[in-house]
Design a protein. Structure first.
Ligand SMILES: NC(=O)c1ccc[n+]([C@@H]2O[C@H](COP(=O)([O-])OP(=O)(O)OC[C@H]3O[C@@H](n4cnc5c(N)ncnc54)[C@H](O)[C@@H]3O)[C@@H](O)[C@H]2O)c1
Length: 396
């Protein structure tokens, strides 16, 4: 095992700070098993944010150029948390320099770039360098519990999946243009939040084989140019100028998974829903649903109940459920677990793999770049379906 592991985060925006906080907390989950984690560098081209983030989360330094992280001898593990179109250059540079990488979803902006990254990951892994993608919702206890109910057979045969990821960060016309609004159809709401729902649906319902009914809509076609830096979904001041929105505010599609059919609907203009990720699985023996708005509970309905009291019951998640017992400092039912916490489990899983802990004694491994490519193949099939007026398109 390494004597210590030095970590860096490239991108100090909305999700970058979650990665920084997660590396800080990763050692506090579960019994001590990791070597000392050194919080070494935050890399961000925007100096004020990068240096503030380094100070805030206790990292030793801020650098503006990611190449300084690639070249640094004291850094072993790097999270790449920048705009999707920047992932390829930075990730491939880091892997070539022998750094273990955790890349944010979606793996890249285009399938071609994602496939190149997966190729680079294969070359790197041959010499022991680990490349993983952050499918953070796979760490959600509620989603893992629904998968357990399916695996245990308690929901019977899975018949139908429904997923909705509604956000409203783009619902105001004064939300300024940023990288999120630029790119081809499919790189908007679908790439941003639909990428999460795609892998969640496949985790619960098996691989997607075919999609159909692809539909995109851009509800707000022009946005103001910002006065300064846009971080995450921030608004702030705007100039008089505007820029066109080139990708989807709204997307929907149907899918045929290995175990059932389903539908997915995503939006960044769902006013009143800052972050509503909802999944429902309907089976011959019962049903279960989970939403990010109440992430510490799952609603379960089982057909074996007396008919006069049949219906959904609310289960408070706790140590009886996956990703919980022995992990969090306050290890009790009903305490709650939120989206920031998923990043801590994710960071811990990566660090356990880098530290050489056997898989059987570790959290479920982070997913590979090949999984990231597959996830983008699903999104690309949706885009093709939309271009073909909703026609059925095979995945892959
Ligand atoms: N897993 C999740 O829940 C989740 C949530 C949000 C975002 N994300 C993903 O994280 C990534 C980043 O999204 P975000 O919302 O944090 O973006 P953001 O726009 O808030 O932040 C990006 C940061 O990158 C910096 N940056 C730009 N170019 C750079 C460069 N060349 N080198 C270093 N830094 C650079 C910017 O200054 C900015 O601070 C995306 O891939 C997104 O899909 C994941």
């Amino acid at each position: 095992m390494n004597a210590s592991i030095g970590v860096a985060v490239i991108g100090a925006g909305m999700a970058g700070k979650a990665h920084a906080a997660a590396y800080r907390a990763a050692s506090t989950l579960y019994a001590p098993a990791l070597p000392p984690i050194r919080l070494v560098a935050i890399g961000d081209v925007f100096e004020p944010l990068g240096s503030e983030t380094a100070q805030r989360f206790g990292f030793e330094r801020h650098v503006a150029d990611w190449r300084d992280i690639a070249a640094a001898d004291d850094i072993d593990v790097v999270s790449v948390v920048v705009a999707n179109s920047l992932h390829r250059e930075i990730v491939e540079g880091l892997l070539a320099a022998g750094k273990h990488v955790l890349c944010e979803k979606p793996l890249s902006d285009t399938l071609e770039n994602a496939r190149s990254m997966a190729e680079a990951a294969r070359r790197a892994e041959a010499s022991g360098t680990i490349a993983r993608i952050g499918f953070s919702y796979l760490r959600a206890p509620g989603i893992a519990f629904i998968r357990q109910l399916i695996d245990d057979g308690r929901l019977g045969e899975v018949l139908h999946f429904s997923g909705r990821y509604w956000t409203d960060y783009g619902s105001r016309t004064d939300a300024p243009i940023s990288w999120r609004y630029q790119g081809p159809n499919g790189s908007g709401a679908l790439g941003d939040v639909g990428s999460h729902l795609g892998y969640i649906a496949e985790f619960l319902c098996g691989p997607a084989r075919e999609v159909s009914g692809g539909r995109f809509h851009t509800a707000i076609t022009e946005r103001p140019k910002p006065l300064g830096q846009v971080v995450g979904h921030s608004r702030g001041g705007a100039t008089d100028g505007t820029a066109p929105v080139t990708n989807d505010d709204y997307a929907s599609f149907n899918a045929e998974f290995a175990h059932c059919v389903g539908s997915i609907e995503v939006s960044r203009v769902a006013t009143g829903h800052p972050n509503t990720c909802t999944v429902e699985v309907f089976g011959s023996g019962g049903a279960a649903r989970w939403s990010q708005t109440n992430p510490a509970q799952v609603e379960v309905m089982l057909n074996d109940e007396h008919a006069d009291v049949a219906g959904f019951r609310t289960v408070a998640l706790g140590p009886a459920h996956p990703h919980y017992a022995g992990g969090w400092a306050m290890d009790a039912p009903g305490v709650g677990i939120g989206q920031n916490d998923l990043f801590v489990h994710q960071a811990r899983a990566l660090l356990e793999e880098v530290a050489g802990l056997p898989a059987a004694q570790s959290l479920p491994r982070c997913r590979t770049f090949d999984d990231g490519v597959h996830s983008m193949e699903v999104l690309a099939a949706v885009a093709e379906s939309a271009r073909a007026g909703g026609a059925a398109v095979a995945v892959g």
